[in-house]
Design a protein around this ligand. Structure first.
Ligand SMILES: Cc1cc2nc3c(=O)[nH]c(=O)nc-3n(C[C@H](O)[C@H](O)[C@H](O)COP(=O)(O)OP(=O)(O)OC[C@H]3O[C@@H](n4cnc5c(N)ncnc54)[C@H](O)[C@@H]3O)c2cc1C
Length: 91
């Protein structure tokens, strides 16, 4: 039935470069509607905003390092650094 399927046959493919606040937000927002690949060299998201609090309250440290392992339900995270992007004509 048109427009009612939860998993349309053709999903866009999205590459998100960098898993900072912007990249994580974009990747999670698109995870249900696109085939998302997030490329990030670090193994965990660092919650900068809470870093100063963690300096004075070390028990907060686990709260500011959030591993990327379980970030996406459908897409996946590649632990690497993007060094070059090419268009379809360069494949
Ligand atoms: C200690 C500290 C405290 C802060 N506190 C606040 C605050 O209280 N309020 C506030 O609004 N802002 C705060 N900021 C600023 C805030 O952290 C930044 O504005 C925010 O991180 C920017 O988010 P971003 O996603 O654009 O970039 P970033 O967080 O810089 O993320 C970029 C990501 O891309 C990855 N990356 C880079 N190059 C590549 C590549 N070639 N391939 C793959 N991955 C790549 C990096 O590893 C990184 O994970 C703070 C910053 C710091 C350092």
């Amino acid at each position: 039935m048109e427009g009612s399927t939860a998993h349309p046959r053709t999903r866009p493919t999205v590459l998100v470069v960098g898993g900072g606040y912007a990249g994580v937000t974009a990747a999670k927002a698109l995870d249900d509607v696109a085939d998302v690949t997030l490329v990030e060299p670090k193994d965990a998201f660092v919650h900068n905003v809470a870093a100063l609090r963690a300096l004075v309250a070390p028990q907060w440290l686990p709260k500011i390092f959030l591993p990327y392992d379980h970030l996406l339900e459908n897409g996946h995270v590649v632990r690497d650094q993007v060094v070059r992007l090419g268009g379809a004509s360069e494949r």
